[in-house]
Design a protein. Structure first.
Length: 234
């Protein structure tokens, strides 16, 4: 099984293991602003025990993988994985993104003068929306059909095409993860200011819902579906 390594960047670790953010918080490691640092750098800065933290992260990662895999029958084919497990995340994302985007515009208009960070939040949300809209279309119209074709009639050429597309897709996952990380920083971990309103609360709540769904979604793609192809291509 893949393991979390000491030379990995904090941001990457949070993408692999969503609740790593809790472990980092408890260890008082700033994974938001310092997400580009490696675990090794963060640990030595804080004078923490490298081994203890790494073991804790890997134990949590193992549980996370077991839980995620436990929900997916080992016999699920690549086509099942796409249609029954991944596509519901696409439906959810397509439904929640326009809602968040509209709400970000509303709170910008009402509170932007007093909370200038809402201008950046609005832009980040719109960028995330545009990126994810294209990303889902690319998966649904290029990558998933290529995987399904390969599943029905495998050959080397199709495998190469799938792998090329997978690499591009993984880069896009990193880009979306980076925007979500920036949102977490700029919203101060989604703390609504005292003069915020119910719409403000709802906007932050929905962005967090999208974030946690997206982590699960990316996990199914990167670590389960794509991993099967990475093993075939070795
Ligand atoms: Fe997807
Ligand atoms: Fe994806």
């Amino acid at each position: 099984m893949e393991q979390i390594k000491i030379n990995q960047k904090l941001g990457e670790i949070v993408t692999m293991l969503p609740n790593a953010s809790e472990i980092f918080k408890n260890a008082q490691i700033d994974f938001c602003c310092g997400g580009h640092r490696t675990l090794k750098e963060a640990v030595s800065e804080k004078g923490l025990d490298q081994e203890v933290l790494l073991n804790q992260l890997n134990a949590a990662y193992q549980k996370f993988i077991e839980k995620a895999e436990g929900e997916i029958p080992a016999t699920a084919s690549d086509i099942d994985l796409i249609d029954s497990y991944i596509m519901p995340h696409h439906v959810f994302t397509k439904q929640i993104l326009p809602e968040i985007s509209e709400l970000a515009g509303t709170i910008l208009r009402v509170h932007g003068a007093n909370h200038r960070e809402l201008f950046t939040i609005h832009k980040l949300v719109r960028n995330l929306e545009a990126d994810l809209e294209q990303h889902l279309i690319k998966e649904e119209t290029i990558l998933f059909p290529a995987i399904k074709e390969y599943a029905l009639n495998p050959d080397e050429n199709k495998l190469r095409q799938v792998m090329e597309q997978i690499n591009e897709t993984e880069d896009e996952h990193d880009t979306a993860g980076a925007i979500l990380k920036e949102l977490r920083v700029i919203t101060n971990e989604y703390s609504v200011p005292d003069d915020g309103c119910a719409t403000y609360d709802l906007t932050y709540e929905l962005i967090q819902r999208l974030e946690s769904d997206l982590f699960e979604h990316i996990h199914l793609e990167n670590n389960i579906l794509f991993n099967r192809f990475e093993l075939k291509a070795v």
